[in-house]
Ligand binder design. Structure first.
Ligand SMILES: [Zn+2]
Length: 342
């Protein structure tokens, strides 16, 4: 069984006219799913995240500042704005991530997809940024740790680097963060040399790509870098920051990933989860600004989650992607024997 968490509140967060992170991202994806329902996917209503759960990632001063803006409009950075319902939507988006993790860890569902907005992976412990307020993935990972998951893998395929998630776990080895993203690009972080610090050295894995890469290139990043490390890490839960802005039709991303590529990434991570933790896998919506690209890609991933379809990456890696993957492999080889000798 696959649970799909979504809520009408997610449509009420309005960052302003003309903003790409618009309500139709979720409503259109739901229309696609209404037109072509995926058997084995059951819709569930999420709960709110508690103050305590938000506080696992965010500082008390930040939480009280944001709470004070409940019911008001406010601009937090040049592209991150709140409408009167934004605070409530953000609390429930984090709660949907937590709900999904709880259901999967309790064995109520094999896996789950939280179709939420606002997204979360740019949010830092004391800062909202890049359309994000609370870091849904980081909060979900922290809750999972407290619910008995000893090791949590967070894989982030959004076209932007998840600076917030990386910052939360940079010095820790219990939460492994992997990101493939365009670089240099917003938000500026995510170089291959950023591999974690202290006890967490080697437990941050970045695969920066120059832009213009497609399904086969992402296949190189997964097969050459992410999957061998993920299998050696043996996570008790896999969380995916599933941003669909690497889609070829996306107005912001500048990548060339198709529905097949997203399905192949989802399928590969489902295999990691199956081999290491009985299939415990949670996808969280991050970016994705082409309504059609987003809707079709969410549908494809749900087909993978529900076991209605498998997918593999097409052959063919461009030289730029091959070089990028090899650079990351070289930097991390000493930490992960699974990457093989030179
Ligand atoms: Zn993004």
């Amino acid at each position: 069984m696959t649970f799909l968490y979504t809520d009408p509140l997610f449509l009420e967060h309005d960052p302003g006219p003309g903003h790409p992170e618009r309500r139709e991202r979720v409503s259109h994806a739901l229309e696609v799913l209404d037109r072509a329902p995926v058997p084995g996917v059951e819709r569930r209503a999420p709960r709110d995240a508690t103050e305590e759960e938000l506080g696992l990632v965010h500082r008390p001063s930040f939480l009280s500042e944001l709470r004070a803006l409940r019911g008001r409009t406010a601009r937090l950075d040049p592209d991150t704005a709140m409408s009167p319902r934004s605070y409530d939507a953000a609390v429930r988006a984090a709660g949907a991530a937590v709900s999904a993790v709880e259901a999967v860890l309790a064995g109520e569902a094999e896996n789950a997809f939280a179709l939420v907005r606002p997204p979360g992976h740019h949010a830092e412990p004391d800062r909202a940024m890049g359309f994000c307020f609370f870091n849904n993935a980081a909060i979900a990972a922290e809750v999972a740790r407290r619910r008995g998951a000893r090791r949590v893998l967070v894989n982030d395929w959004d076209v932007h680097h998840g600076n917030g998630t990386q910052a939360c776990f940079f010095d820790r080895r219990d939460v492994l963060y992997q990101s493939v993203h365009r670089y240099p690009f917003y938000p500026g972080t995510g170089a291959a040399q950023e591999i974690g610090a202290g006890a967490g050295e080697g437990f941050t894995v970045n695969c920066p790509l120059p832009g213009g890469q497609g399904d086969g290139d992402y296949g190189a990043a997964y097969h050459g870098l992410f999957l061998p490390i993920a299998e050696a890490f043996r996570p008790d839960l896999v969380i995916v920051s599933a941003g669909f802005d690497p889609h070829f039709d996306d107005p912001l991303g500048g990548m060339r990933v198709s529905e097949r590529g997203f399905a192949a990434m989802c399928c590969a991570l489902r295999e990691v989860a199956r081999s290491s933790c009985g299939g415990k896998l949670v996808l969280l919506l991050e970016g994705g600004y082409s309504l059609e690209g987003l809707g079709q890609s969410v549908h494809a991933c749900l087909e993978i989650l529900a076991g209605r379809r498998t997918e593999s990456f097409p052959a063919g890696t461009t030289p730029a992607a091959a070089r990028a993957v090899e650079t990351s492999r070289e930097i991390l080889r000493g930490h992960w024997p699974a990457l093989g000798a030179r």
